[in-house]
Design a protein around this ligand. Structure first.
Ligand SMILES: Cc1cc2nc3c(=O)[nH]c(=O)nc-3n(C[C@H](O)[C@H](O)[C@H](O)COP(=O)(O)OP(=O)(O)OC[C@H]3O[C@@H](n4cnc5c(N)ncnc54)[C@H](O)[C@@H]3O)c2cc1C
Ligand SMILES: NC(=O)c1ccc[n+]([C@@H]2O[C@H](COP(=O)([O-])OP(=O)(O)OC[C@H]3O[C@@H](n4cnc5c(N)ncnc54)[C@H](O)[C@@H]3O)[C@@H](O)[C@H]2O)c1
Length: 472
């Protein structure tokens, strides 16, 4: 067994761990990063990148079909083989050589193998041949091990060999039919994707689609999926699952009906990858989320940090990377005795996690949201005004597409007279989102927004319509 010493040891080289390590090196620390699978993590190989690569062909085709002149040039369906090939290129054929090269260029030492905490400031890494290396951290250990798919306790489910998001995003043989359990972000995006491939999709959701965003967004996605031929069943649960002799999967639902499909995708949320992480060696519970303060330090420790999905603050790559920038900087500052800025919106805290999280869901239509929804603002006791506008009424929508359908909602804090939430639903709304994020984080007074003039004719003119609804 060999022992090596570093200022910081990071476990997990997903997008978040990579960024913690990079910032700490830039701050003057020596850093080792431990990875058991591929450098780049879930996001690069089995989540964000392959899913968005696969969804793009369908969305580009839908966009062209709704523009007279372009529509006439579209004579076929999505070319599935070509789409899978493009996905393979975007995930670098599941080879992490380029990410390893980047780690080297950034001055971060990679230790391949499974990392486990083996004591205070100590990580033991076991490689594929069973050899152990002990990494001693002079200052801190950061856990960025992410999440795995949650499989609910439904009779027969595990034996039916269901897909998780990994099999769906890594698909090679597109099934003729697919049942999807769960109507959250993964379920809705994968339903959109496989419907675009011509698969007969059935979604089974116990409530509506996309809980957590404004209800009109989930309803628009449900309508579009139904229009695309998918069977979307909401308000039902799966009671049991069986893979029958023919190879199909049969699901028995709470309303007495059955669904039969070639494959079943389970998209019912995530569990933290803390089960086999040695957290019990430092008094924490295996399999639990790691609870952190705003500097991403695990509560009760002065040397242990948890950054990204595994801390359960926000399960999104960009927000995890934002946390990583704060964590890498604060670890270096604390190690080297520099000033720490822990005030809200300071350099060393992830304040935006609480009030300004942006997310784009790449369904048809796209859903882009940041900050509060009407329901979350009211639940927080904030006095608000809701400004709704039909996106198809702005001039830009009529040139963008022939039958543009969309909706936009702003949530304004009446007392502070600032925007605290925005939701856009419609084709190509993703790029509208960042302006709203800036307005929320910057707490731009609504009266000043009158001077932020959207270009004509763009979809951004919805900002003007919101202001007109607010009044001056
Ligand atoms: C299908 C799908 C699509 C998604 N799409 C988007 C999207 O479009 N946009 C978005 O913002 N978010 C998206 N997400 C969420 C996003 O994938 C996560 O928020 C992001 O991957 C979290 O990054 P992370 O670095 O914390 O964890 P991960 O990306 O999960 O990386 C963790 C790394 O740690 C390694 N690891 C785990 N345990 C150990 C150990 N004990 N020892 C050594 N290494 C270990 C793992 O192998 C992995 O490489 C999607 C998720 C899914 C499932
Ligand atoms: N575009 C993006 O930003 C993007 C894309 C995919 C995933 N992600 C992130 O990845 C994370 C995981 O996504 P997800 O869709 O797995 O989780 P989720 O939490 O978004 O949705 C899970 C859904 O499954 C339902 N569910 C849970 N248990 C169930 C059961 N026993 N039976 C039926 N339904 C059940 C929940 O009610 C919920 O609607 C999310 O936090 C999401 O933000 C982001």
């Amino acid at each position: 067994m060999s022992t090596r010493e570093y200022d910081l040891v990071v476990i997990g080289a997903g997008p978040v761990g990579e960024n913690v390590a990079d910032r700490a090196v830039q701050g003057g620390l020596s850093v080792a990063i431990v990875e058991s699978e591929l450098v780049g993590g879930e996001c690069s190989y089995w989540a964000c990148m392959p899913s968005k690569a696969l969804l793009r062909a369908g969305s580009a085709l839908r966009a062209a079909r709704d523009v007279g002149g372009a529509a006439q040039a579209v004579t076929g369906q999505v070319d599935v083989a070509a789409t899978l090939k493009r996905r393979d290129a975007i995930v670098h054929e599941w080879n992490d050589a380029s990410q390893v090269e980047w780690l080297q260029s950034a001055g971060i030492d990679l230790v391949r193998g499974h990392g486990r905490l083996s004591g205070e400031r100590q990580v033991t890494v076991t490689d594929a041949d069973g050899r152990a290396t002990v990494l001693v951290a002079r200052h801190a250990v950061a856990v960025s091990t992410g999440t795995a798919a949650l499989l609910p306790d439904i009779p027969g489910l595990r034996d039916a060999r269901p897909w998780t998001s990994r099999e769906a995003t890594g698909v090679r043989d597109v099934p003729a039919s697919l049942a999807i359990l769960g109507g959250g972000v993964v379920g809705s995006e994968m339903a959109t994707l496989f419907a675009s491939f011509g698969t007969a999709v059935t979604v089974i959701a116990r409530s509506g689609l996309l809980g957590g965003v404004e209800a009109f967004a989930g309803e628009a996605v449900k309508q579009a999926l139904t229009d695309a031929g998918a069977d979307v069943r909401t308000g039902v649960e799966v009671e049991s699952v069986e893979r029958i002799a023919s190879g199909d999967v049969v699901l028995s639902l709470s309303d007495g009906s059955e669904v039969r499909a070639a494959e079943l995708l389970v998209a019912t949320g995530r569990v933290p990858r803390s089960q086999d992480l040695g957290v019990d060696a430092v008094g924490l519970e295996p399999g639990a989320w790691l609870d952190v303060d705003d500097t991403l330090r695990v509560r009760g420790f002065d040397w242990l940090y948890a950054v990204g999905d595994v801390n359960h603050r926000v399960l999104l790559t960009h927000q995890g990377k934002y946390q990583a920038r704060a964590a890498g900087d604060v670890i270096a500052a604390r190690a080297l005795g520099r000033a720490v800025d822990e005030a809200p919106w300071g350099a060393h805290v992830a304040t935006a996690d609480h009030s300004a999280v942006p997310q784009v869901v790449f369904t048809d239509p796209e859903v882009a949201a940041v900050g509060h929804t009407e329901a979350s603002a009211r639940a927080a006791g904030i006095g608000i005004r809701v400004l709704d506008y039909d996106l198809s009424w702005v001039a830009g929508a009529s040139t963008h597409a022939d039958h543009y359908r969309g909706q936009a909602r702003a949530i304004v804090d009446e007392e502070r007279r600032v925007l605290i939430g925005a939701t856009f639903v419609g084709p190509d709304v993703a790029e509208l989102l960042h302006a709203a994020t800036i307005a929320i984080v910057g707490e731009v007074p609504i009266d000043r927004l009158w001077h932020a003039v959207p270009s004509y004719p763009t979809l951004s003119e919805v900002w003007l319509r919101w202001l007109e609804a607010w009044g001056r």
